[in-house]
Write a protein that binds this ligand. Structure first.
Ligand code: ADP
Ligand code: MG
Length: 623
């Protein structure tokens, strides 16, 4: 899996990607056009310069024709030029009176060129930086709206590298390469146009060559994109392996996994290297091939231009202009062919980013918003499977919970307890059946609103690399007062250890709270849930990492908190749930027994079995 290319996204065509990127410039079209204008201005000044140069040559030769000091017999001279400058300045003969005009125009061309360069470059940078920023923000915002399933099935390394690596590839393509494409592209078009203007018969050779170059470029671009996608996905793999080795370093050391991880990294990195080398081959070949085609056409052009008949019809200046512009073509074409690989890297990356942006988001079709719910739940024949093709994890669950009731879910691990409670805040959307909250289908609530009524301490506590205070008062809870945060910490028995820390609430707890013990982490998570003060409380193995003593304390605190709230408690230690209003025993996705502790013991069924086994384990001998 590690070194397989990221093939999940169907290939978007280059054109689709360009058009979509353009759509991101809505509202900035003016600046974008201004930048194109600036770049074109820059390029046209290059052509103006050759034009001026040819004009000068003609002027000199026409002067020399008069004085006889310069003699170019091979060229028929002073035939009345049709160049821009001639139109502008009124014929080369004018030069004898106004010698200062050529240097002046040269200087003006330089100024306009400079202005074009700055305006073009600045506006392009402005627009592309906006584009990249928008892309990154939209991608991240998308991550905040993707459903649980997406995160279950995608490697986090890939999701991270899309934000870091893919976006930077687009940046590179957009900032430097796009500018070159427009500036040099305009120059190529301008030069060819100018050649046609000077002598369309000769220039017609480009009509034959350009489609061939176009086809070659198109073919190579496809190859670039394919290789780029592989490279980009392999960077995802490199990130992924690194991330796992770094966060799992203890397991790696203890289970002798270092060699295995090194191998995985070697493979991921080597795959990247091999694709990079293929890219280097393609890059190395593409530019010379294109330039060879250009060189062939230029040689042909030269051969034709040197035909005495052709020569006879051109002035010295025109000849300089023609050959000068033909010669000038080589550089922009080389630059264009060189940046093409960068552009295609950007296109490939943008394609993947767009495909991610098009992923389905969490369905949120509900419109109902309630300021507060009572917490009455009804599960009606609820079934659920994680994936269409897999077996149901929950089967025909029927359960009614009255407001304020505490329901304990027990049963073998893998029985579906966590799954059941994760359907309540719609982390996953249930399949058949209905889940009603206060008589209304949970799907009819607006997702944000539904979740605002639920506090959850999940099986895997997730903490942020921030202070203790900010971890408790996380997200929407940051509005709570310091007093409330303190109270919540106290109720969760977290205050006792927080106060012993040197910085108290302001202590930073490291990545995912590594500086805390398992029990401390759980207490922070409980404090966070208590601070939320929601009418529905879900505790999924919330006290499993606590010692019996602390658990006992928290248990009592929680009992206070559970009053007036609908609470779902999942616990392995049955001693913690004996006082629940109702105990629901689950097995293989079904509810097999329910009732109070005493009722279930009297029933002498599955619960009684579980209870006896655990009691035996704790005491060490059968009763
Ligand atoms: P419990 O909490 O009772 O131990 P779970 O609800 O976590 O059980 O798991 C029930 C079943 O669902 C298990 O067989 C498990 O493999 C499967 N399962 C749990 N989470 C996922 C998931 N995110 N994707 C696919 N299958 C899952
Ligand atoms: Mg579980």
């Amino acid at each position: 899996m590690t070194n397989a290319p990221d093939t999940e996204h169907p290939e978007m065509s280059g054109l689709q990607v360009y058009l979509r990127l353009l759509s991101y410039l809505k509202g900035y079209i003016g600046i974008f056009l201004l930048s194109i204008l600036g770049l074109i201005l820059f390029s046209s000044m290059e052509i103006a310069f050759i034009d001026l140069f040819g004009y000068t040559v003609n002027a000199i030769t026409s002067l020399s024709g008069e004085t006889g000091s310069v003699n170019v017999p091979a060229l028929e001279l002073g035939k009345g030029s049709t160049t821009w400058m001639a139109t502008l300045l009124g014929g080369e003969d004018a030069l004898s009176d106004t010698r200062w005009i050529i240097p002046l125009i040269m200087f003006m061309i330089a100024i306009v060129r400079g202005v074009g360069f700055f305006v073009g470059g600045y506006c392009m940078a402005y627009v592309t930086q906006i584009l990249v920023h928008n892309l990154r923000i939209r991608l991240f915002n998308k991550y905040t709206r993707l459903p649980s399933q997406y995160f279950d099935t995608h490697m986090s390394g890939h999701l991270i590298s899309r934000i870091t690596f893919h976006v930077s590839q687009v940046t590179q393509a957009a900032t430097s390469s796009l500018k070159i494409i427009i500036r040099e592209g305009a120059l190529v078009i301008g030069l060819i146009g100018y050649l046609f203007y000077l002598n369309w018969r000769l220039a017609a050779i480009f009509v034959v060559v350009l489609p061939i170059i176009g086809a070659v470029v198109g073919f190579i671009s496809k190859r670039f994109r394919l290789l780029s996608r592989r490279i980009q996905s392999s960077v995802g793999n490199v990130t992924h392996v690194t991330q796992e080795a770094v966060s799992g370093y203890r397991e790696m050391h203890l289970y002798g996994g270092a060699e295995y991880e090194r191998q995985r990294m070697f493979q991921a990195s080597n795959y990247n290297r091999r694709q990079q080398m293929k890219m280097a081959v393609a890059e190395g070949l593409s530019s010379p091939i294109i330039q060879m085609l250009v060189a062939i056409s230029l040689s042909l052009l030269m051969w034709l231009a040197l035909d005495p008949n052709v020569l006879a019809n051109m002035s010295g200046g025109e000849f300089v202009q023609f050959l000068g512009s033909a010669g000038l073509l080589a550089k922009p074409i080389r630059q264009l062919s060189e940046v093409n690989s960068n552009i295609q890297k950007g296109v490939a990356a943008a394609g993947t980013i767009f495909a991610t942006l098009d992923e389905f988001e969490e369905t949120d079709l509900g419109t109902l918003e309630k300021p507060r719910v009572n917490g009455h739940f009804e599960f009606r024949n609820v079934s659920f499977a994680y994936y269409e093709e897999t077996e149901n994890v929950l089967n025909g669950i029927n359960l009614e919970v009255t407001p304020g009731e505490t329901v304990a879910l027990v049963g073998q691990s893998g029985g579906g307890k966590t799954t059941l409670v994760s359907l309540i805040p719609r982390f996953y959307n249930h399949g058949d059946g209905k889940i009603l909250l206060d008589g209304i289908d949970v799907n009819d609530y607006k997702l944000d609103n539904l979740r605002s009524h639920i506090a959850l301490v999940s099986q895997n506590v997730i903490l942020f690399n921030d202070t203790i205070y900010n971890n408790i008062a996380y997200g929407a809870l940051s509005k709570c007062s310091e007093e409330e945060v303190r109270e919540a910490a106290k109720a969760a028995h977290a205050l006792e250890f927080i106060e012993r820390l040197p910085d108290g609430f302001n202590t930073f707890i490291g990545d995912d709270g590594v500086m805390l013990s398992g029990g401390q982490r759980q207490r922070l998570a409980i404090a966070r849930a208590l601070l939320k003060n929601a009418p529905v409380l879900i505790l999924d193995e919330a006290t499993s990492a606590l010692d019996t003593e602390s658990e006992h304390h928290i248990q009592r605190a929680l009992e206070q908190v559970m009053k007036g709230r609908t609470t779902f408690v999942i616990a392995h230690r049955l001693s913690t749930i004996e006082n629940a209003d109702r105990i629901v025993v689950m097995d293989k996705g079904k509810i097999v027994e329910q009732g109070s502790h005493d009722q279930l013991l009297a029933l002498n069924g599955r619960y009684a079995q579980l209870h006896q086994r655990q009691f035996t384990d704790e005491i060490g001998q059968p009763v």
